[in-house]
Design a protein around this ligand. Structure first.
Ligand SMILES: CCCCCCCC/C=C\CCCCCCCC(=O)SCCNC(=O)CCNC(=O)[C@H](O)C(C)(C)COP(=O)(O)OP(=O)(O)OC[C@H]1O[C@@H](n2cnc3c(N)ncnc32)[C@H](O)[C@@H]1OP(=O)(O)O
Ligand SMILES: Cc1cc2nc3c(=O)[nH]c(=O)nc-3n(C[C@H](O)[C@H](O)[C@H](O)COP(=O)(O)OP(=O)(O)OC[C@H]3O[C@@H](n4cnc5c(N)ncnc54)[C@H](O)[C@@H]3O)c2cc1C
Length: 668
């Protein structure tokens, strides 16, 4: 049967080379080839079917996810896949499961915080999955406030042991992924007590289960340990494939050498030693690593939602305002639809490029940390925390908007959007609540501003070096066209960020107690941090455009996206730009007018731009976002694929509907 491409006319409108854009989106021809191979491996393997997921009850769902993880592991071994390939394989399976935490947090925690000897001993076991680990930091009473953790690790010099204990209910470890049912091991964060003295929170390599090797049938916990799952979470399917767990210790003994000893050590004699040249913040290092990974991945999540909403918008017709009878307008041709959709499309590209940059920054920091150079850690912390916060919040809001952009059909599970929303929304909380992370960025920015004159701002804060110019020179834009110049846009974002940061720093200086000031001004400080982070995203997009980008029309299409992203933000936050005095109302309205012109330039490329994401239909798992655009017959069929339609007479019909119809309710 011949396949009909319902989006062919839209595809023919493209003004750029889609294959070349695919390379830009993927990062390189090699990355494109790798992702394509892994995506198709998953799409073509029946083990990874996922459409029935939302219909399954938790126990079936969980078993199903274990089966998929086991198949994935088998494929990794059978096909001899590299760690990078295995990572993409897991990504395209598209189901949160214990390996995410094992590979994403447990192993990095040992790598970053273990001594050489510890790494030699535990890493091979972990990498071969002879043990499965998780990252147990959060407690029932303490998530954001890591210093407040209550679990204790008391050194017993006589037996050369640590005694791990949960002294209160609120000290129960609460939320760690993979902990509830699967892991055999955990990196546990606890307060160190040596000779009755507290030494802050540290990480311990700990085992809490009898089943050291997975093939043991008995998976009951060790004496003194209570472990379980925290319970059903938001959205059927979604994050319920993960066994987020709870864990309590009752005076559990572990050998002294299971304390992760890179940052500090306890000797056989019970002497606490902090390594002089290693900052304490390194125990937070795993979080920096995962926040970077989240930013590297988040653009794919947003691109998926945008791909679905763009394809459906380019197919579905609605009535024009002049004729309520003839359906003529494609949804995508409504200005109002474009003004909601195109900034999200531009954001997906913007987040991709900032993610690439952050990966570079993190790789550099990691190499420095290995060589005991900690100078760039604060910048890495602020950038990973801020960008994780900015991009996940925008992505989750974006998915919800895409759902609405598809009208009623977006709300159907078969659109793929509700599950995508449910699985993504905890990203605003896990790995650091987004507001708490923005407050960390604000601390960094305010500190940088306060130190001007005696400490040179570096990296992402180097614009603060030009504080005088940014505070006193106002915007030079006179026409709409003036707004589509990279350096002008970056300068506008720099001026806004600098002015907001200086105002907040001045307000803070009025408080005698800086912490009280910080607390009272926290809402403003979050806005300062957002301005700083948006500047990073915009400037990295502009820097990307300065590179050599091959392919017919590719650079031009990216330029439009970059300006859409930036001018959409200028419009959305015009209050900031106006209040700081950088823009006049006339300049702000020119930005908005230019934005509309950019939407019309983006319009013919819209479908090609989402095709360039190279998503398979399996990954999208969306009837309305199908590549071939053959939506309506499949939407109809999907309704009948729902087991609820197996019978015309649902359970309970005879019992509860007949009495109403027969007016025999008294018999109930
Ligand atoms: C939208 C869809 C996206 C999909 C993407 C899919 C990708 C998949 C990838 C992956 C799968 C992941 C699956 C989920 C996994 C979830 C796992 C978890 O959730 S693990 C728990 C995380 N828990 C937190 O994050 C707690 C947050 N709290 C904190 O980090 C701290 O407590 C903090 C920073 C809020 C406060 O720390 P203080 O109490 O020590 O206080 P202060 O004074 O603020 O900090 C002291 C100094 O330390 C620095 N600092 C703080 N954190 C740092 C860090 N991480 N690195 C370096 N320095 C740090 C600060 O800048 C400050 O420095 P100075 O003294 O000013 O120079
Ligand atoms: C799906 C999921 C997976 C997770 N996986 C893991 C894991 O593998 N390992 C692990 O250890 N943990 C994990 N967590 C826990 C997660 O890291 C915490 O939920 C997160 O750090 C936030 O902490 P909290 O839940 O205690 O929120 P809270 O800190 O109680 O925050 C609640 C509210 O208070 C506000 N708030 C808190 N502190 C401040 C402050 N100082 N200033 C201003 N406002 C503040 C926040 O903005 C938020 O609005 C996971 C959580 C989820 C949802």
């Amino acid at each position: 049967m011949e396949l009909v491409d319902h989006l062919r006319d839209e595809r023919n409108k493209a003004q750029f080379d889609v294959e070349a854009m695919k390379v830009v989106w993927a990062g390189s021809p090699q990355e494109l080839q790798l992702c394509d191979r892994m995506a198709n491996l998953v799409a073509n393997h029946p083990a990874f079917e996922k459409l029935k997921r939302p219909m399954l009850v938790r126990k079936e769902l969980f078993k199903n996810s274990l089966r998929k993880a086991a198949y994935a592991r088998k494929l990794v071994i059978d096909l001899g896949l590299s760690e990078e390939e295995a990572k993409w394989l897991r990504f395209y399976i598209d189901e949160p499961t214990y390996p995410d935490l094992h590979w994403g947090m447990f192993i990095p925690a040992i790598e970053g915080q273990g001594s050489e000897e510890q790494k030699e001993k535990w890493l091979p076991l972990s990498r071969n999955m002879q043990i499965i680990g998780c990252y147990a930091q959060t407690e029932m009473g303490h998530g954001s406030n890591v210093q407040g953790l209550e679990t204790t690790a008391t050194f017993d010099a006589q037996q050369d042991h640590f005694i791990i204990h949960s002294p209160t209910l609120t000290s129960t470890k609460w939320w760690p992924g993979g902990l509830g049912k699967v892991s055999t091991h955990a990196v546990v964060y606890a307060r160190l007590i040596v000779n009755g003295e507290f030494h802050g929170v540290h990480g311990w390599y700990n085992y809490y289960s009898f089943s050291f090797f997975l093939y043991l049938e008995d998976h009951s916990p060790l004496p003194g340990i209570t472990v379980g799952d925290v319970g059903l979470k938001f959205g059927n399917g979604a994050y319920n494939t993960m066994d987020n767990g709870l864990l309590r210790f009752h005076h559990v003994r572990i050998p002294r050498n299971q304390m992760l000893m890179r940052v500090s050590q306890v000797s056989r004699e019970g002497k606490y030693m902090q390594c002089d040249d290693v900052p304490r913040q390194l125990i937070y290092g795993t979080m920096v690593s995962v926040r970077q990974t989240i930013v590297a991945m988040v653009s794919r999540t947003l691109s998926r939602a945008v791909c679905i909403a763009t394809r459906y918008s380019a197919l579905r017709r609605q009535h024009s305002s002049s004729s309520l009878v003839v359906p003529c307008f494609l949804m995508i041709d409504y200005q109002s639809q474009q003004s909601r959709l195109f900034p999200l499309l531009a954001s997906a590209y913007a987040f991709k490029f900032v993610g690439e940059w952050l990966k570079w920054l993190y790789t550099d920091v990691k190499q420095r940390l290995e060589a005991n150079d900690f100078s760039t850690l604060p910048e890495a912390h602020a950038s990973t925390a801020g960008l994780k916060s900015l991009t996940t919040s925008a992505t989750v809001d974006g998915i919800e908007e895409c759902m609405k952009l598809c009208g009623g059909d977006g709300y159907l599970v078969s659109s793929g959007l509700p599950e995508l929303f449910a699985v993504s929304v905890p990203a605003c909380t896990y790995e650091g609540d987004n507001t708490v992370l923005m407050l960390q960025v604000a601390r960094f920015v305010v500190k940088t501003v306060s130190e001007v004159g005696y400490k040179e701002p570096l990296g992402t804060s180097s614009y603060i070096r030009r504080l005088n110019t940014l505070l006193h020179n106002n915007c030079l834009v006179q026409t709409g066209e003036d707004w589509v110049k990279g350096d002008r846009i970056v300068e506008a974002f720099e001026a806004r960020a600098a002015r907001m940061a200086v105002t907040c720093t001045q307000h803070l200086a009025k408080f005698q107690d800086p912490e009280q000031g910080f607390s009272e001004l926290s809402a403003d400080l979050v806005e300062v941090a957002v301005a700083h982070c948006q500047l990073i995203v915009v400037s990295k997009f502009v820097e990307k455009l300065a590179q050599d980008i091959p392919g017919k029309g590719v650079k031009e299409a990216l330029e439009v996206l970059c300006y859409v992203y930036a001018l959409f933000l200028v419009h959305k936050h015009q209050g900031d730009f106006l209040v700081t005095g950088y823009l006049t109302p006339k300049q702000a309205s020119l930005a908005n007018r230019q934005l509309r012109i950019l939407y019309s330039r983006l319009r013919p490329n819209a479908i090609a731009l989402v095709d360039a994401f190279n998503h398979t239909d399996h990954y999208l798992s969306s009837v309305v976002g199908r590549y071939d655009g053959n939506v309506y017959p499949n939407l109809y069929q999907a309704a009948f694929n729902d087991p609820f339609n197996d019978s015309h007479v649902p359970d309970g019909y005879h019992q509860y509907i007949h009495p109403i119809l027969n007016q025999t309710l008294a018999k109930l």
